[in-house]
Design a protein around this ligand. Structure first.
Ligand code: 5AD
Ligand code: SF4
Length: 438
């Protein structure tokens, strides 16, 4: 077969880490099978892809304004494709609103990328499509870190969330495929792996070949046997599935990074019930306490939605109470955004006025800033181990501690890929500064 002419791909990724990995798969597949290389110059590209997010309304609006601009400025024959969650939920309507779009590829159908780019007008959005055992071409991203999908879809029914409608039912990727991928990445120099899924700690309940069930703790144990991998991270776990076995493995396995995302969403038990989260305020506090007791240096991050329909001042104060008790290291804050195909749409009558929602959001942000400063300054004087991964233009090198705090030191590229002890000398609300200890 003659070598295909080299073509340029411009890809923009919105949304979560799952989308980042999907984009890496798209890049790798198109490189391997269609001779595409990536470019950051849209106007010079032969193929423009937007990998979309539909979790809130804003990114969806952004999509249409952006592809309109791309269409005006692109090269004459360049194709435009819309992939990801908005592709899944809007499907053909995307082409009705933007007829110049060449193809639409849903989040669950990423393995079809090399075919759809050849089919003008293709719309592939089947949410029952199962590519959990598809062997994607090897992607060549960051040297020291890698991300590996461990499941597709989500079986939960959180009433505000569009994801089950865009990514379909949960199917786990076979354990040996995950381990093999991690082994390959480790051979290529990766020291850190992030295991990704919509709901990672319900791993192992359903496989497409109907094999015996397993669980996330077992997967963590297998991945930690991979030679060369020194840090394991994962996102997102669900607080409901944080049983004692999982928390104990998290605490005692030295390869597991001591940073955990615990998406609270709300601190009010009655709002949690309306959200169908499956846990109470007390359960959440009990789990964070257990983790903190076993792992005092743990950093805990969270997601919070304010102004869910029906959220009273008292409900909101429960959220503030949990924030005060846990003191999260990072909070991703959101104001509730009504989404199509979700159960909470039926709660329209209970919607919270926008100014109240904005005021609650501001209160969460301000409180969190206080906690963040306090937590970050408490690191000054400590010695931490840092995996260095990038060189900054100002002569600093940046890396992350085991509990995932960003650290900057003066240094050179000799530090890259190394795990080194650093004494912390200064802090801001979001990062630490330090000196390498020899
Ligand atoms: N409105 C606001 N935030 C939402 N999220 C998911 N759906 C919505 C919505 N309809 C947030 C949740 C979730 C994060 C990824 O996005 O906090 O954990
Ligand atoms: Fe959405 Fe809930 Fe599934 Fe997370 S666990 S993706 S919030 S339905």
């Amino acid at each position: 077969m003659s070598k295909q002419e080299e073509k340029k791909l411009f890809i923009e990724t919105l949304g979560c880490q799952m989308n980042d990995t999907d984009s890496q798969h798209i890049i790798a597949e198109l490189k391997e099978h269609k001779n595409y290389t990536t470019t950051t110059n849209m106007e010079d590209s032969d193929l423009i892809i937007i990998n979309t997010c539909s979790v809130r309304e804003k990114p969806v609006q952004k999509l249409f304004s952006e592809i309109g601009q791309f269409n005006k400025k692109k090269k004459a024959n360049a194709k435009i494709g819309v992939c990801g969650c908005t592709a899944s939920h809007l499907g053909e309507d995307i082409m009705k609103r933007a007829p110049y779009v060449d193809f639409v590829l849903g989040a669950r159908n990423i393995s079809k990328i090399k075919d759809v780019i050849e089919k003008k007008g293709a719309v592939e959005i089947d949410i029952d499509y199962d590519d959990s055992t598809y062997q994607f071409a090897q992607s060549g991203t960051s040297l020291y870190k890698t991300s590996v999908n461990i499941s597709i879809g989500c079986d939960k029914e959180c009433t505000y969330c569009i994801v089950p409608a865009t990514r379909g039912d949960e199917i786990s990727i076979p354990l040996e495929m995950i381990v093999q991928q991690v082994q390959k990445d480790a051979l290529n120099g990766a020291k850190e792996v992030t295991l990704l899924g919509q709901n990672v700690n319900s791993y192992g309940r359903r496989f497409s070949d109907g094999r015996e069930k397993t669980n996330f703790t077992k997967l963590l144990q297998e991945v930690s046997k991979v030679e060369g991998i020194e840090r394991i991270r994962f996102t997102s776990p669900h607080p409901l599935h944080m049983d004692d076995e999982f928390i104990e493995e998290f605490a005692k396995n030295p390869k597991i990074s001591k940073c955990i995302h615990m998406p609270l969403q709300s601190g009010s038990t009655s709002i949690l019930k309306a959200m169908k989260r499956g846990y109470t305020k007390e359960w959440f506090l009990n789990r964070t306490k257990k983790i903190r007791d076993l792992v005092p240096e743990v950093r805990i991050t969270t997601d919070i939605i304010v102004a869910f329909p029906g959220e009273t001042q008292e409900d909101f104060e429960d959220t503030i109470d949990v924030i005060n008790q846990v003191k999260f290291d990072q909070i991703f804050n959101f104001k509730y955004s009504p989404r199509p195909n979700t159960q909470a749409l039926a709660l329209e009558d209970l919607e919270i006025a926008d100014d109240i929602g904005s005021a609650r959001l501001t209160e969460v942000i301000e409180l969190h800033k206080l906690h963040q400063s306090e937590l970050m300054y408490s690191n000054i004087g400590k010695t931490v181990s840092v995996l260095f991964e990038s060189l900054k233009p100002n002569g600093e090198v940046s890396g992350f501690t085991d509990n995932y705090c960003q650290v900057f030191v003066k240094g050179s590229d000799e530090l890259l890929g190394e795990i080194v002890n650093v004494k912390i000398t200064d802090a801001t609300r979001t990062a630490l500064k330090g000196e390498v200890i020899n």
